[in-house]
Write a protein that binds this ligand. Structure first.
Ligand SMILES: CC(C)(COP(=O)(O)OP(=O)(O)OC[C@H]1O[C@@H](n2cnc3c(N)ncnc32)[C@H](O)[C@@H]1OP(=O)(O)O)[C@@H](O)C(=O)NCCC(=O)NCCS
Length: 172
């Protein structure tokens, strides 16, 4: 039986995470698209230490690291914006499994009231993933990301703790 878990990112995970983060299939859907240097990556990890508002989580399946989820808390740690990516070579279904565990961490462990995410409109996998996880589409920011020659709209998704609980009761 597959043992899937989510845990806090450790220093030993950093090499693997940087390889994923700089992969073209990941970068093309990020709001920051330039390649990240080891120095920047390492400074990011250092800045997380002792910061109770930012949670970097690693998703593992049978001990194999398969993705990263970031929760950035706001409003006295009641809300968090999330972001995530999987190992670009990981199987279909990885996103949903990782997302469920990350949301359980957000609502059951951190006791958040709301998790929200922003998705660039051509990111069909992420849009479908949010819907599968029970997120409600709350708005569209038209032509919100890009530069003079090309703009993309950005979709806003949100999920409340009550929705998470009732969704879990339905599937239990
Ligand atoms: C977003 C991401 C985590 C999804 O992971 P995944 O393993 O492909 O997702 P899953 O297979 O678990 O589920 C996604 C659903 O979307 C569907 N989907 C995947 N790609 C799709 C596409 N191009 N068009 C439409 N639907 C798509 C899947 O079929 C699946 O639905 P199904 O179970 O009914 O078949 C992954 O694609 C990724 O890391 N992308 C790059 C980084 C990124 O976009 N991060 C999010 C930024 S907001």
């Amino acid at each position: 039986m597959a043992v899937r878990r989510i845990r806090v990112v450790e220093e030993k995970d950093l090499d693997q995470i940087l390889i994923w983060r700089n992969h073209p299939d990941i970068r093309r859907y990020m709001f920051t698209r330039q390649k990240i240097s080891w120095m920047e990556h390492s400074a990011w990890f250092t800045s997380l230490q002792g910061d109770p508002t930012r949670h970097a989580l690693l998703y593992e399946d049978n001990g194999l690291p398969l993705g990263v989820v970031m929760l950035t808390c706001r409003q006295g740690n009641a809300l968090a914006e999330w972001g995530f990516y999987k190992d670009p070579g990981a199987a279909k279904g990885t996103g949903v499994n990782m997302g469920r565990l990350a949301l359980s961490y957000a609502f059951d462990t951190l006791r958040l009231h709301r998790v929200y995410g922003k998705v660039i409109a051509d990111n069909l996998a992420s849009i479908e993933l949010h819907r599968k996880l029970g997120f409600v589409q709350e708005g569209v920011l038209r032509d919100h990301f890009g530069s003079n020659d090309h703009f993309d709209s950005v979709l806003c998704f949100g999920l409340l703790d009550s929705e998470w609980t009732s969704q879990r009761e339905l599937t239990a």
